[in-house]
Design a protein around this ligand. Structure first.
Ligand code: SF4
Length: 143
């Protein structure tokens, strides 16, 4: 995996090209990506510059993905897994598609689909490149 990533980075530098990586493993792209778009059930649910996403995610699904990355300093501990299974794209849950698996889900989440909206800092200014499709991105970000 590391060799393939190195090869892609070499090709990218040599040909001055953009590169889009699609992966289920956020650990793989931490060192090579500039920006990340997290998708769930066919929709983008969070975007952010890579280091901001890892340091402070603004969507519970991103949080779950980050928690599920195995860590060398936690040997012998159970791996974290997001509860439940991804939904069928033919029968998406109403409201937020992630609500059946989300510990923070409320009635609002079950009725209204959250749009991808700007993430703001504590002074109300938009954080560049940051978007979240969660009704409670503020609580997620600062929780
Ligand atoms: S909108 Fe609600 S269910 Fe969806 S991720 Fe946010 S808190 Fe969870």
């Amino acid at each position: 995996q590391a060799q393939v990533m190195d090869l892609l980075a070499e090709l990218q530098a040599e040909y001055h090209m953009g590169l889009i990586l699609i992966t289920h493993d956020l650990g793989v792209v931490a060192d090579v990506a500039d920006k990340i778009a997290v998708m769930y059930a066919g929709r983008i649910v969070e975007t952010a510059p890579v280091h901001e996403l890892y340091a402070n995610p603004a969507h519970p699904y991103t949080k779950g993905l980050l928690r599920s990355i195995p860590r060398l300093d936690q040997k012998g501990q159970d791996l974290y897994a997001i509860k439940g299974l991804p939904p069928s794209l033919l029968h998406l849950p109403t409201g937020c598609s992630f609500n059946p698996r989300c510990d923070a889900a409320t009635d609002l989440c079950r009725s209204d689909r959250p749009l991808l909206q700007p993430v703001l800092d504590v002074d109300g200014a938009e954080l560049e490149g940051r978007r979240s499709a969660c009704h409670f991105w503020k609580e997620t970000l600062h929780g």
